[in-house]
Design a protein around this ligand. Structure first.
Ligand SMILES: [Zn+2]
Length: 402
C-alpha cells in the first residue's frame, strides 16, 4: 500500500475521533480576546504528536501555539496555519442549536467556529497525526501556527509571530481555512480603517452662531468623500493567472458626533473602511483621501479635519502556479474529484503581512463550511473528513514522504 492509501485508510478508520475532536474545539470557546483555553488545548494536542511546542502570549489570554516538526532534509520548510479565534456568537435566539454546543444533526455540525476556522485547526492537526501515527517520515520541515487575534487584525497573533521571526526561511504558507472546494485562495485585499475626526466649536443651540457644528461639517465632507468612493469602487484588478477580478472598496461606515440634544457638537468621527487591491498602494489610498479634505477646506475655511490612516491588513498576492497550489490541486482532485482553481477574494486576512515580510507564496484551501460570522454557522461532517484527507495528501505531496 502506498503512503497515500495508508493515510487515507487511517483517516477513514479514525473519522469518529476526528469529529469528536472538532466538537471539542467548538465547545472550547475562543472568541477573539480570550484564546487562552484553546491555546492550552492545542499545545497539549501538538505535544501528543511529538512536536516541539512553544506557547506565546504577547498579552494576557492572547495565546498562540507554534509547533515544529523537523524533516529529514528541511526542504521545503512549510508554515501550516490555522487561526483559533472566532467572532462572538451574537444573539443566542438566532441560533437553531446553541452556538457552542457543537450539535450534530442530519450529518451537519453546528456552532460558532465550525467554518471559520476550527475545521482548519482540526484538519491540520488530524492530517499530521495520521502521517505520524503511521510512522511516515517527511523530508521538509513543518512549523504549525495555531494563532490568536485573526479576526481583529493579528497584532496579538500571527503578526506577532512573524515579527518574532518564526517564519524565517519558510518557503510556503499553507493557510488552513474553511472554504469552497472548487477554489484556492491566493490573494486578498489590503484593508485600512481611516478615522477622520472633524472638529468644530461647541455652543448652546440657542446661540448656535457661536459654534461650528462638527456633525454638519462631517455631513458635507461625507458628500465629498462619497464622490471619491464612487470612483474607487469602480476600480478592478484582474488577478494574474486566474479569472478573478479583484475590487477596490471604499465605504463610509461610521459617522458619530452627538454631544447632547441642546448642544452644537464640537466633534464628529467618520470611519471609512478602505480595501485595496494589489493594483493600488496604501500610500496612494491615503493621499487621495487627504486630497479630498484639502479640496473641501479650500472652499470652507471652517473645516478642521484630522485623518488617521490605520492599515489593518496588508494586501496579499501569490502566484497561481506555486508548488503549494499544485499540491492542493492534486490532493483535491483525488479526494473531492475536482481541480480547484486559484482565486482572489475581497476579504482581507493576516497572511498579507506574511507576503509583505517574506514574499513567499500563500495558498488557502478548505472543502466546506457555511455561515462565517453569522448565526447558524455550520459544516457538513463529511467536509471535516474531506478537509483532513486533502490536508494530509497535500502535506505528503509538498513535504515529500519517505
Ligand atoms: Zn477566518
Amino acid at each position: 500500500m502506498s503512503h497515500e492509501e495508508k493515510v487515507l485508510d487511517y483517516i477513514e478508520a479514525h473519522s469518529d475521533e476526528i469529529v469528536a475532536f472538532m466538537q471539542k474545539l467548538i465547545r472550547t470557546r475562543s472568541v477573539t480576546g480570550d484564546e487562552a483555553e484553546m491555546g492550552r488545548l492545542m499545545a497539549q494536542e501538538c505535544e501528543r504528536d511529538g512536536l516541539d511546542v512553544e506557547v506565546v502570549e504577547p498579552a494576557e489570554n492572547r495565546t498562540s501555539v507554534i509547533a515544529r516538526y523537523k524533516g529529514s532534509t528541511g526542504k521545503p520548510r512549510v508554515m501550516v496555519y490555522s487561526h483559533m479565534d472566532t467572532v462572538p456568537a451574537g444573539d443566542p435566539e438566532s441560533w437553531t442549536y446553541p452556538a457552542f454546543s457543537a450539535t450534530i444533526a442530519d450529518g451537519i455540525l453546528w456552532g460558532r467556529g465550525t467554518a471559520d476556522n476550527k475545521v482548519a485547526t482540526c484538519a491540520t492537526t488530524m492530517a499530521f497525526r495520521a502521517i505520524r501515527s503511521l510512522g511516515i517520515g517527511l523530508k521538509g520541515d513543518i512549523i504549525f501556527t495555531h494563532v490568536a487575534d485573526e479576526e481583529n487584525g493579528g497584532k496579538f497573533g500571527f503578526r506577532n509571530i512573524l515579527d518574532s521571526g518564526y517564519a524565517e526561511g519558510v518557503d510556503y504558507l499553507f493557510y488552513g481555512h474553511g472554504g469552497r472546494k472548487e477554489q484556492i485562495g491566493i490573494a486578498a485585499n489590503g484593508s485600512a480603517s481611516v478615522v477622520i475626526t472633524v472638529k468644530g466649536r461647541a455652543a448652546h443651540t440657542r446661540a448656535l452662531e457661536d459654534g461650528i457644528n462638527a456633525v454638519e461639517k462631517a455631513a458635507e465632507l461625507i458628500v465629498w468623500l462619497k464622490k471619491l468612493g464612487d470612483e474607487v469602487n469602480k476600480r478592478e484588478y484582474p488577478l494574474p493567472g486566474t479569472d478573478t477580478i479583484m475590487k477596490s472598496r471604499f465605504s463610509v461606515n461610521k459617522c458619530d458626533g452627538y454631544v447632547s440634544t441642546n448642544t452644537v457638537p464640537d466633534k464628529c468621527e467618520i470611519i471609512i473602511d478602505r480595501r485595496t487591491t494589489p493594483g493600488e498602494s496604501m500610500e496612494d489610498a491615503e493621499t487621495e483621501i487627504r486630497r479630498v479634505i484639502e479640496l473641501m477646506a479650500a472652499e470652507d475655511p471652517d473645516l478642521d479635519a484630522e485623518v488617521s490612516f490605520n492599515t489593518r491588513m496588508d494586501v496579499s498576492v501569490s502566484p497561481a502556479d506555486s508548488e503549494l497550489v499544485k499540491s492542493f490541486q492534486r490532493a483535491a482532485e483525488k479526494i473531492v474529484g475536482i481541480k480547484p482553481v486559484p482565486v482572489g477574494g475581497s476579504h482581507s486576512s493576516d497572511h498579507g503581512y506574511f507576503v509583505t515580510k517574506h514574499g513567499k507564496p500563500v495558498a488557502s484551501y478548505g472543502t466546506g463550511g457555511v455561515g462565517t460570522h453569522m448565526a447558524n454557522e455550520h459544516i457538513a461532517v463529511e467536509d471535516i473528513i474531506l478537509t483532513t484527507k486533502v490536508y494530509a495528501l497535500t502535506m505528503l505531496d509538498l513535504l515529500g514522504a519517505e
